[in-house]
Design a protein around this ligand. Structure first.
Ligand SMILES: Cc1ncc(C[n+]2csc(CCOP(=O)(O)OP(=O)(O)O)c2C)c(N)n1
Ligand code: SF4
Length: 278
């Protein structure tokens, strides 16, 4: 496995692990993986200074495919894991990656509080509006009229607006990308990582197996026509009224990130054991 040395310019392939992805042919997540490795190369990050953290889902397999530290955790708990890691190791670049089910259903509460805490981590959600790994149940971002074996005639439920919820909860950077445009996604991800505090990047990433209709996204996405704002209310209004396919940076905030006081005091483990002994 090639590890970039300071003497040579890192390449995207340096950050790709030897494992071959098991995603379905045509899955959008392949291009997201490419965007991630491209971004690490652009930023010249040393693999030992990066950690990719995930939960469970097809998209959450991404730590196994990157050549840096990784943690494939528990469904819906990636942000909790990443928060602990970043507080303990503020020197690391922490990228959290996963799906809309992982992040907005079971992990929804962690999502709100990660935005609110505004720790300096980046959260990339591969949003395919479905649970891919468990074979096609609707997720919080699924359209109410999406007809499927699980939801004949559609679920009838209002979709969740992840970007607006992120803004309302205090995220410091909000952007939307499309997996089929890895150059733009890589640019957005680099900006998200560079921006201090909690950065949220929603990447529309088709699940070609359970949502073949999402192949049409390539004709629907378009660049956002306005510059990013630093006013969360304005950004939220814009996102609530856009068509859901605006790609670009939609909000750059200036909230001060949370940093824990990480004074490392020696722990007396014998005293701890005595305190908790039954
Ligand atoms: C605690 C727990 N509940 C449920 C599951 C089953 N499960 C695995 S992945 C998943 C949803 C995956 O959907 P998403 O996060 O959108 O990722 P995708 O597979 O679409 O990339 C579910 C419900 C689990 N693994 N653990
Ligand atoms: S089931 Fe969907 S999300 Fe999972 S690998 Fe296949 S295309 Fe991708």
């Amino acid at each position: 496995m090639a590890v970039p040395s300071p003497a040579t310019k890192p390449k995207s392939s340096d950050y790709k692990s030897a494992l071959k992805p098991v995603w379905c042919p045509g899955c959008g997540d392949y291009h997201v993986l490419l965007s991630v490795t491209k971004t690490f190369a652009t930023l010249g990050l040393a693999p030992e200074n990066v950690a990719v953290i995930s939960g469970i889902g097809c998209s959450s397999r991404i730590p196994a495919y990157t050549n840096c530290y990784g943690f494939h955790g528990v469904h819906g708990r990636s942000l909790a894991l990443a928060t602990g890691l970043k507080v303990a190791r503020p020197d690391l670049t922490v990228l959290v990656a996963g799906g809309d089910g992982d992040g907005f259903s079971i992990g929804g509460n962690h999502f709100l509080h990660a935005c609110r805490r505004n720790i300096d981590i980046t959260y990339l959600v591969m949003d395919n509006r479905v649970y891919g790994m468990t074979k096609g149940q609707p997720s919080p971002t699924t359209e109410p009229d999406w007809d499927s074996a699980f939801t004949p005639g559609g679920s009838g439920l209002s979709p969740f607006h992840p970007l607006v919820i992120a803004l309302a909860s205090g995220a410091n950077f909000v952007a939307r990308g499309f997996s089929g445009d890895p150059n733009t996604t890589s640019y957005l991800l680099a900006e998200a990582i560079r921006h201090p505090g909690f950065s949220f990047l929603q990447v529309l990433s088709p699940c070609v197996t359970f949502r073949p209709d999402e192949r049409e996204w390539k004709d629907q996405v378009h660049p956002a026509v306005v510059e990013p704002t630093d006013d969360p209310a304005r950004a939220a209004r814009r996102i609530m009224t856009d068509d859901g396919y605006n790609v670009g940076i939609l909000y750059r905030g200036n909230r001060r990130p949370y940093t824990a006081e990480t004074t490392r005091q020696p722990v007396d483990t014998d005293a701890l054991e005595r305190e908790f002994a039954l």
